[in-house]
Write a protein that binds this ligand. Structure first.
Ligand code: AMP
Length: 189
């Protein structure tokens, strides 16, 4: 199996690049943000719980997020691999993911980390608010909170996969096609 983590701060282009990678490598795309938003739309208990955290730019608690992610993986026993988008976001999530995959005889193949300067992230998110319909894109204070949470809680996840020699830093500035080419060359390597 090919199990990829597409990593990076909010606005780095994870969702955009996932669309190409899932088709090209025949992977199942698991975006925890998308799954939470689907639950909010469906007015599920999980959605109600997640919404208050998301609207404030905070992380949904680890136990909830990890349980949800494992259930989603288990829905795809025939998958050729997964692309994890927006997960893991804490070192506890990374450890849980590694242990969960190991219990199935699997492992993370690579972490692909899109690197984008903070000013560029903010302008992309402000522009995305016009079309995304996401409350967390529409408020500059929530955007700042998401970036702060990324720096404090999520950035250390890169060190976890660096230590395992699975980390690939990818320049996330440029045309969508150029960034896709950088990703495919890192995956091929
Ligand atoms: P995203 O679509 O990846 O930008 O995620 C939107 C929001 O969903 C985040 O700001 C968090 O509130 C929540 N979320 C998504 N993924 C996770 C995760 N792995 N752990 C905790 N919260 C998450």
């Amino acid at each position: 199996m090919r199990n990829l983590i597409l990593f990076g701060p909010p606005g780095a282009g994870k969702g955009t690049q996932s669309a190409f990678l899932v088709a090209h490598y025949n992977l199942v795309h698991l975006s925890t943000g998308d799954i939470f938003r689907a639950n909010i739309k469906g007015e599920t208990e999980l959605g109600k719980l997640a919404q208050s955290y998301m609207n404030q730019g905070k992380l949904v608690p680890d136990d909830v997020t990890i349980g949800m992610l494992e259930a989603e993986v288990n829905k795809h026993p025939e998958a050729a691999g997964f692309i994890f988008d927006g997960f893991p976001r804490t070192t506890a999530q990374a450890q849980a993911l590694d242990t969960f995959l190991e219990s199935q005889g699997e492992t993370i193949s690579a972490m692909l980390a899109l690197e984008v300067p903070e000013d560029e992230l903010k302008s992309r998110l402000v522009a995305r608010a016009a079309t995304s319909g996401r409350a967390d894109d529409a408020d500059p204070a929530v955007i700042q909170k998401r970036i702060d949470v990324y720096n404090a809680e999520t950035a250390p996840v890169a060190d976890h996969y660096r230590a395992l020699e699975k980390y690939h830093g990818i320049d996330g500035v440029g045309s969508i096609e150029d960034i896709t080419a950088r990703l495919t060359s890192a995956i091929g390597a």
